[in-house]
Design a protein around this ligand. Structure first.
Ligand code: ADP
Ligand code: MG
Length: 437
């Protein structure tokens, strides 16, 4: 049910805390992501990674050291009026009844007493606390207390519901009941909430409830991966696709794959020149025709091209290890020569090998597609990674070039309609193995 309108965006948030020693410690490092309207987003990270800090920054309760939070593209200052928060520790006032605790959420809204009472009673009823309006927190079980926590957040009808590990202080069965009840309210649209953002350290909880999981590293927290969770509700934990997703996320959280994820996690990936595979192959053929090496100016003359247009092509040839530029001369490498002389199919193979070896971002996309249960990933997932280092336009251009190269090499396929990249052959194999949603 997620749409394409970004409600809330977290933009390059940094948080440094100063330690008793006086040294600053970075807890959050350029954390960025968007929350779409209609989306149930989960944030996963090891404990102590900064999840609560991040949620408090979104709620406007803690100020970031750098970066900003926007609501419908408007930067927020102070307390965020569009959100309400559910805490792990329930945070109820022991001297107030259930109803009074819930009404407290409405205190600042300047409503008449009567309306406040009516709204509180409606939510108390909806969340399954009917009959407990006059009870005090100490008379309630943990599960019932957390229901009060939910009611207090929902009574203000926030656009975005923020939850900080709301089930982790409950026993297994109680937690499961409450998850189901909340998910039902959300899926059946019985609450006007436009988006949900839940922080958790439980992978299963994220895969059970969410539309997407954002995975944070620790010390400092960075977004290391974003995993779309496309399984239809209600989800079965025994479902092979469920298990596979949990497994995939587990690996991302625990391991630090040497190649793929670190391409984006640690530094800006080398930009690929915006050159189509067709121009690349044409250039290599021409160089071969010219004896394998030539002067850049002569090449420009031959092609009737300005150096400005020529250079990106030469750069791409060089990046792929198919050519080399030295003092104004461009020469094919052995691989470049082999490529020029190969058949159409053999060329694709050569291109595939050299692209995977020399273009880490493309290797990353391929790797992610292989790991994905449906072997299909929205281009936006990768765009999000590029956008940590490049402008949205440059990110799109990077993605277009990589898709073009990937298609030529038959490393991936692209569906323009859904803006998804996918694996063709493997995808068919997968469909015959697993039941379709
Ligand atoms: P999580 O919710 O993922 O467990 P937190 O956001 O609570 O993580 O904390 C992240 C890190 O920031 C921890 O190392 C914690 O000790 C530190 N931290 C949190 N709040 C403060 C604070 N007010 N002052 C100093 N350090 C803090
Ligand atoms: Mg926490």
């Amino acid at each position: 049910m997620a749409g394409t309108k970004t409600l809330l965006s977290v933009e390059a948030i940094v948080k440094d805390y100063s330690m008793p020693s006086g040294n600053p410690v970075r807890v959050l490092d350029e954390v960025s992501f968007g929350v779409q309207e209609g989306e149930f987003l989960t944030i996963l990270g090891p404990s102590g990674s900064g999840k609560s800090t991040l949620l408090r920054i979104i709620a406007g309760l803690v100020e970031p050291s750098a970066g900003r939070v926007c609501y419908l593209n408007e930067p927020l200052t102070g307390v965020n009026p569009h959100v309400a928060m559910v805490f792990q520790s329930f945070a109820l006032f022991p001297w107030l009844t259930v109803q009074e605790n819930v009404e407290l959420g409405l205190k600042s809204q300047g409503l008449a007493t009567r309306e406040r009472q009516e709204r509180a009673l409606r939510v108390i009823d909806m969340i399954g606390l009917d009959g407990f309006e006059g009870a005090y927190p100490k008379e309630l079980s943990g599960g019932m207390r957390q229901r009060v926590g939910f009611a207090r957040a929902l009574v203000v009808e926030p656009d975005v519901l923020l939850m900080d590990e709301p089930f982790s202080a409950l026993d297994v069965l109680t937690a499961e009941n409450l998850r189901r009840d909340l998910l039902e309210l959300w899926l059946e649209r019985r609450i006007p909430t436009k988006a949900v953002l839940i922080v958790t350290h439980s992978i299963e909880e994220a895969v059970y409830m969410g539309d997407r999981a954002i995975i944070l590293s620790r010390e400092p927290a960075r977004v290391i991966s974003q995993v779309p969770i496309l399984l239809p509700h209600w989800r079965e934990r025994e479902d092979v696709r469920f298990v596979r997703l949990v497994d995939q996320i587990y690996q991302t959280l625990t391991a630090r794959p040497a190649t793929a994820d670190s391409v984006f996690a640690r530094r800006r990936p080398t930009p690929v020149p915006p050159v189509r595979a067709g121009s690349l192959t044409g250039m290599i053929e021409l160089l071969d025709d010219l004896g394998g090496s030539t002067d850049l100016y002569r090449l420009g003359d031959e092609l009737n091209m300005d150096l400005e247009d020529l250079l990106p092509i030469v750069e791409a040839v060089e990046m792929l290890g198919l050519g080399r530029v030295r003092e104004g001369d461009v020469a094919l490498t052995d691989s470049g020569r082999a490529f020029a002389q190969a058949s159409v199919l053999a060329r694709k193979e050569l291109f595939r090998d050299t692209a995977l070896a020399n273009v880490p971002a493309l290797a990353h996309i391929r790797h992610e597609l292989e790991r994905h249960p449906q072997q299909r990933v929205g281009a936006e997932t990768f765009l999000g990674l590029f956008e940590r280092y490049y402008s949205p336009e440059d990110s799109r251009s990077q993605m277009e070039t990589l898709i073009d190269w990937g298609r030529y090499a038959e490393l991936l396929a692209y569906d323009q309609e859904t803006d998804q990249v996918y694996l063709e052959a493997e995808n068919q194999e997968l469909e015959s193995q697993t039941p379709s949603p």
